[in-house]
Write a protein that binds this ligand. Sequence first.
Ligand SMILES: O=C(O)CCC(=O)C(=O)O
Ligand SMILES: [Fe+2]
Length: 297
Amino acid sequence: MTSVARLRCDAAVSDVVTLLERDGGVIIEDFLTPGTLAGLRADLLPLLERQAAGRDGFSGFQTRRLSALFKHTRHCAGIATHPLYLNAAEHFLCRPREFWVGDERFGIAADVRIGMTQAIQLAPGQGAQPLHRDDTVFLWRHPTGGREGRVQIMCAVSDFRADNGGTLVIPGSHLWDDDRKPALSEAVPTVMKAGSALIFLGSTYHAGGANTTTGEYRTAVSLALDASNMRQEENMYLSLPTEVVASYPEQIQKLLGWSAGTNHMGWVEVDGQMIDPLDLLKDRDGAPLKGVGARRH
Ligand SMILES: O=C(O)CCC(=O)C(=O)O
Ligand SMILES: [Fe+2]
């Protein structure tokens, strides 16, 4: 396969599901309305310009990232609820499981949650990212048998081409087991106009491509829809004031969920870096924070 399969935005949800089941990824042409695309550009491009570049090879030394997008723009709401994305995601995320509760047999399905929001801007000179699966954060096992933990979208805010870093995808890799190593030679670039979008499963190997242009930025808005069972049952973040959490030893802070852990779950974007929330519980000298919310950086 030399490219990711594509559908028009008037396609049926069942067409999106069929291609995701077959290839693990699909491009939807003209996914964003012109108004949404213009709004995303107006709201996010000036903020991205001020972000520091990444500080590791995975984030990208020539890549700017901005998260918490729902506070920076109102235009992500329409992406998350677009039927071709949300309804297709529900197909993979909301498969009921059967349980006994006393004498009654229940089928309970996960809901959908927005697991991650991020604008990603590759500057000229950014090399290809390592190939990876985004459901690695859940330590998901493969093959998944069709029950996915995450369905991701990359909306093109600029055009996506092979030479400016259009996302590399390995079609069919969502079906691989955990032993098979992905190779760049198996990946195809996502080529799409600004306003189009790539939907892909959390189990599909992909990576940011290399931006070999001299003066062109490649910009995307990425969201993840995740199965809602991947979280703490009690909402510690709303129940406990930050200063109470900060007053406990680090071991308790981690157990309460104020830690991104080794599988990189629960990070907070600050100044373009995805940092561990444990850092927000300390002042600049490393002493526990008192009386205020998050540390001012
Ligand atoms: O920028 C891209 O095209 C992909 C980025 C990505 O996959 C990631 O950061 O997890
Ligand atoms: Fe990724």
